[in-house]
Write a protein that binds this ligand. Structure first.
Ligand code: UDP
Length: 384
């Protein structure tokens, strides 16, 4: 009898691969430890307020990738949503990402774009030629005052580390703009699935040949029962942490409710030490086309991920690279297993990148099956 494919993890990586392989005629068994699909993107209606809740924190879909955008739109209508973040620092409210209004309000100026650009160029530390750390990237491009007001303390709260230890890539996620555009993202497409992410992911699994087993861990020892395993769990857990635990940040959410409009915006960041949390998210504003009397908020706290916590952000410090390399090397020797997604490849991935990589992974598997070549352990190099 033809053996089936096992997929471990029912988040975006697992759902996309399951969908594509089932359409190609494979039988697919999906194993998910949690009682729901969609991983950390899981959304459900709050019973008290009726608001669509981003259960594991806010997820805003944004992409430049045509294929990923076209793909997700097959499973859900997307409503336009533009993320506009407000930031509180030193008892004042500003807009993020840093834009002309932020600069003018912060410095009490009335600069036009070219003036603001020249002003920040003056403030930037030009002795830093090739910024490698978060701190150097900030000091080089926005200067010390903006860095300390918006990034330094927030980043210490978020990562538990000094920005001088973190890579510049984390700050490069945020644009700096010399106009009044306060859209948090630069991408061509941005939106929210009208019935939430979980409904969208459930639709991806609705293909004959896919069985989803919720609340069901997968034992790596049973991989021989399958033709191939796609593993979207934490790479170190597959190997029972033989090389030690890869570090992650986890999040705690303090949930509270109110009536009406609590903060007037979906996301408000708290960039200084006046509050111990990083941000407050008011979930009704992620679905601006809906009307609800009540409102539900999360105060978001970040801390080191311990053994029984849910991993969120991989902490990829240069000094921990050797440990990751050891896992990647033993993973490359595993037969018939491909490691995918944020946890399987230990990278800080946005949803669209995860989806695009999963589509490529399914393509690669089908190409290898037709050429009778070996499917690699990684379709994207986790060390790259
Ligand atoms: N960041 C910051 N201040 C802010 C927002 C972000 O210092 O007000 C830094 C912080 O280090 C964060 C990184 O920029 O981890 C990336 O921010 P992003 O909003 O992309 O984080 P996410 O929404 O993925 O947690």
């Amino acid at each position: 009898m033809k053996k089936s494919i096992a997929i471990v993890g029912a988040g975006f990586s697992g759902a996309v691969i399951a969908n594509q392989l089932a359409h190609a005629g494979y039988t697919v068994e999906v194993f998910e430890t949690r009682p729901h699909v969609a991983g950390n993107c899981h959304s459900e209606r709050d019973a008290e307020t009726g608001v669509m809740l981003h259960v594991y924190g806010p997820h805003i879909f944004h992409t430049d990738n045509e294929r990923a955008w076209e793909f997700v739109n097959r499973f859900s209508e997307f409503k336009p949503y533009v993320n506009r973040v407000k930031a509180i620092t030193n008892d004042r409210v500003y807009t993020l990402p840093i834009n002309l209004l932020t600069i003018n309000q912060f410095f009490g100026k009335t600069f036009r774009p070219a003036e603001a650009q020249a002003f920040l160029a003056e403030l930037g530390d030009k002795t830093i030629e090739n910024p490698l750390t978060f701190e150097d990237q900030a000091l080089r491009f926005v200067g010390r005052e903006l860095y300390e007001a918006f990034f330094k303390t927030y980043t210490i709260k978020q990562w538990g580390l000094s920005p001088s230890e973190l890579p510049a890539s984390i700050l490069k996620r945020l644009p700096v703009r010399f106009n009044y555009d306060d859209n948090y993202f630069n991408h061509k497409y941005q939106g929210m699935p009208v019935d939430g992410y979980t409904t969208l992911v459930e639709k991806m699994f609705e293909v004959p040949g896919i069985s989803v087993h919720l609340s069901t861990p997968f034992d790596p020892a049973s991989k021989a029962d399958y033709e191939h395993v796609f593993y979207a769990g934490p790479i170190d857990a597959w190997f029972r942490h033989t090389e030690g635990r890869l570090p992650y940040r986890t999040l705690d959410f303090e949930v509270f409710r109110d009536q009406g409009d609590y903060q007037g915006n979906a996301v408000v960041n708290y960039c200084d030490n006046a509050e111990p949390y990083t941000r407050i998210t008011e979930h009704k504003h992620f679905s601006p086309w809906e009307q609800h009397e009540g409102t539900i908020m999360y105060k978001e706290y970040s801390r080191q991920c311990e053994e029984n916590d849910i991993p969120y952000y991989p902490i990829r410090l240069a000094r921990d690279k050797a440990q990751l390399e050891r896992y990647v090397n033993i993973a490359r020797d595993e037969a018939n297993v491909t490691f995918v997604g944020r946890l399987g490849t230990y990278r800080y991935l946005d949803m669209d990148v995860t989806i695009h990589e999963a589509l490529n992974t399914a393509d690669k598997f089908l190409a290898c099956a037709s050429d009778k070549t070996k499917m690699p352990a990684f379709v994207v190099d986790p060390l790259g």
